[in-house]
Write a protein that binds this ligand. Structure first.
Ligand code: NAG
Ligand code: NAG
Ligand code: NAG
Ligand code: NAG
Ligand code: NAG
Ligand code: NAG
Ligand code: NAG
Ligand code: NAG
Length: 618
């Protein structure tokens, strides 16, 4: 019996040894100079919505002081204090306290003399009491109380990490110079300051940006349109956004219509901001929106004076604004829009007769150098812009009530994009010729253009293949598979051949020699239906050779593809075709090579290069 008692005592002792009393965590409602928070304790907000304490993110063992939702089973960190100075986990390390002398908040690791992190404050009198509280918004607040009045000395919401919560500001305190901005985490395991930030550019027409590596513009969240930020087209259910710009501060903030719904937006380590809503019955976070989300959202995809239009009829989203043309048609053809557009050659915009062309439903250009006058109407805005030769465009500053105020842009127009159903109207200054083109209605509807180009493409290709076939038939016995498609109307063949007597038939060896045996160095582009090579004929003439894929073995299919692609094209004057080559399984079209002359040629090359990956290229 005695031995059993002894054994029992040992067990009790062991339990006390294994679980030291300090790890029995306490839930605090305030931190005072006498009541610090140790690793393991939590500070709860007034109605226990949020909790503050030490945590380890992901697979890391490091300890960080952070705020999370107390009631949500998946630990979701919304704020971190010592993000770049973690507490290295050792026994007794990790303490959040109010500093005895200066009254600020400090975090200590193992060494209780040198803080790892501190919130610097100035207490008005050493006699005043200082406490830290966690508010129900998720804001950690340090308060100074002089007996009759409490004053906020410092607050966590002034130093957001990667998450915006309702009523958190992103902007600038003009009086103190403090910027409210987000910085992404380094990784899921490391809340340290990452590569992306979300902050304000407090220009004359203020706008918000996602930056990569602090200063590279990554995504333009845009300007306040009166209802939303210009780069974020959607309205998010259960929430709305406000914008304040006065002499003291300038910021944007989002609010929830139902405070019992948890909503947060996170700028993640890949530079994408995602908004989440907590669904109680599903017990998970639902992603309700993300930005940037489309290729055109990324900053300046189409270069200066370009317009990124994901709804364009081309297989490439970059277009030029009215009155402009691609700076490098070759890059454009390779689906690289970064070079942007130049004024059409010979077009002057500072003489009589010029005017403005409306580009509808856009995210208006980067307003870094733009000017604003809120007392001007749209008409007055036009006059204001017309007065100054370097004014390139204008728009209403506020889209409410049919448009109020005036923004004018000077110099290149950067980062314009088109939306399908929201967006503002931008009025771009154009030369007299362009203005007349737009005014005369020569810009026919998309459907009509599509129909016309489809028709002309069909006729054109029909002709080409027919003639190739004819030439081929005359020069050699036709041993290959018969293309019934072309063989139906034999009676016309002789007439047709007369029309296109210029069309040459090339044999494979000639084409192979011209293109250096289809060498990679001569390759201009590639796509599902074939490859285009540059070549030089023995008479010195430069040609472009489109070699249709032979592995498909489907001549008719290839042909159909070609027609489909040409149907997508809106340019009227196609590049000159010189001839063709059909030998065994090879089918080739030979065009005149016109560098720097006609965009149409390159467009006729068509969709050869896959769309540039936005992430890979930035
Ligand atoms: C407080 O001041 C110290 C020393 O000036 C500085 O290293 C630290 O970053 C400041 N802390 C915060 C949160 O600004
Ligand atoms: C602080 O309190 C002491 C004692 O009550 C008083 O003598 C002193 O003047 C107070 N200091 C300030 C700055 O109010
Ligand atoms: C406490 O501070 C407020 C404002 O900061 C001031 O009006 C008030 O007189 C102070 N009270 C005492 C007891 O110092
Ligand atoms: C930040 O960017 C640099 C340079 O692009 C890269 O080397 C580094 O890995 C990035 N850091 C993170 C945390 O992604
Ligand atoms: C704005 O326009 C009005 C009307 O033309 C003008 O009187 C005023 O000076 C302008 N303000 C600025 C800042 O240019
Ligand atoms: C036109 O605008 C530019 C850029 O803001 C400015 O530097 C220039 O002085 C203006 N010219 C006139 C004539 O107002
Ligand atoms: C536009 O129409 C006017 C008159 O109808 C004509 O004089 C002008 O040449 C036309 N411009 C273009 C570019 O078609
Ligand atoms: C158009 O682009 C998409 C995506 O880049 C691609 O999947 C598709 O095959 C392209 N179509 C043509 C006709 O090039």
């Amino acid at each position: 019996m005695n031995s059993t008692k002894f054994f029992f005592v040992i067990i009790i002792l062991l339990i006390f040894l294994v679980i030291p009393p300090s790890s029995l965590s306490i839930a605090l409602d305030a931190i005072t100079p006498n009541q610090p928070l140790r690793d393991g304790d939590v500070l709860l907000s007034t109605t226990k919505i949020f909790a503050l304490g030490f945590f380890s993110p992901g697979n890391s063992h490091n300890r960080y002081l952070g705020v999370w939702y107390n009631k949500i089973p998946i630990q979701t960190i919304v704020w971190t204090a010592n993000r770049d100075n973690p507490v290295i986990p050792t026994a007794g390390a990790g303490l959040l306290a109010i500093h005895g002398n200066h009254g600020g908040l400090v975090i200590y690791g193992k060494d209780q003399n040198t803080p790892l992190w501190s919130a610097n404050v100035t207490v008005s009198s050493p006699n005043n009491s200082v406490i830290a509280q966690l508010w129900d918004t998720g804001n950690l607040v340090l308060l100074e109380n002089n007996g009759s009045n409490a004053r906020v000395l410092w607050q966590g919401f002034d130093y957001p990490t990667d998450t915006v919560l309702p009523s958190m500001k992103i902007g600038l305190n003009r009086r103190s110079g403090l910027k409210w901005f987000l910085t992404s985490w380094k990784s899921q395991d490391d809340p340290g300051s990452g590569n992306f930030s979300y902050e304000i550019d407090p220009a004359e027409f203020p706008q918000f940006f996602f930056y990569k590596g602090r200063r590279t513009k990554w995504f333009r969240v845009g300007t306040w349109t009166g209802q939303r930020l210009s780069g974020v087209p959607g309205f998010v259910p259960n929430s709305f956004r406000s914008f304040v710009n006065d002499k003291d501060e300038i910021y944007t903030m989002f609010h929830v219509t139902d405070s019992s719904v948890f909503v947060r937006a996170v700028l993640d380590e890949s530079g994408i901001a995602k908004r989440f809503v907590w669904r109680d019955h599903e017990n998970k976070w639902i992603e309700s929106s993300s930005s940037p989300s489309e290729w055109c959202d990324y900053y300046e995809q189409c270069g200066p004076n370009g317009n990124c239009d994901p709804y364009s009829n081309y297989n490439f989203s970059c277009l030029c604004l009215p009155g402009f043309e691609p700076k490098s048609p070759q890059d454009w053809y390779l689906k690289d829009g970064l070079g942007g557009c130049l004024r059409k050659s010979g077009a002057s915009t500072c003489q009589k007769g010029e005017g403005f062309v409306k580009v509808a439903r856009v995210k208006v250009p980067d307003s870094s150098g733009a000017r604003v006058n809120m007392s001007l109407s749209l008409k007055g805005c036009e006059q204001e812009c017309m007065k100054n030769c370097s004014c390139m465009a204008y728009a209403s500053a506020d889209e409410r009530e049919g448009g109020k105020g005036c923004v004018t842009w000077y110099g290149d127009l950067i980062d314009t994009r088109t939306y399908s159903n929201v967006g503002q109207d931008l009025y771009v200054r154009v030369d007299a010729v362009t203005l007349a083109q737009f005014a005369n209605g020569s810009v026919i509807s998309k459907k009509a253009r599509l129909a016309i180009s489809l028709l002309s493409a069909l006729v054109f290709l029909g002709l080409v293949f027919l003639l190739c076939w004819l030439v081929r038939r005359k020069s050699k016995a036709w041993r290959q598979r018969k293309y019934m498609f072309f063989m139906e109307d034999r009676t016309d063949l002789d007439d047709q051949s007369k029309i296109n007597s210029e069309l040459q038939f090339f044999d494979l060896t000639t084409v192979a020699a011209a293109t250096d045996n289809f060498s990679v160095a001569n390759k201009l582009g590639k796509g599902g239906f074939g490859t285009v090579y540059k070549g030089v004929l023995h008479n010195g003439k430069e040609v472009a050779v489109k070699r249709l894929s032979k592995n498909s073995g489907q001549g008719i299919e290839e042909f159909k593809n070609e027609v489909m692609i040409i149907a997508k094209l809106q340019h009227r004057n196609l590049v000159k075709i010189i001839g063709c080559c059909i030998e065994d399984e090879e089918k080739m079209l030979i065009y005149e090579y016109v560098l720097n002359k006609s965009l149409d040629f390159f467009i006729f090359g068509l969709g050869l290069v896959e769309r540039r990956q936005c992430l890979g290229n930035r």
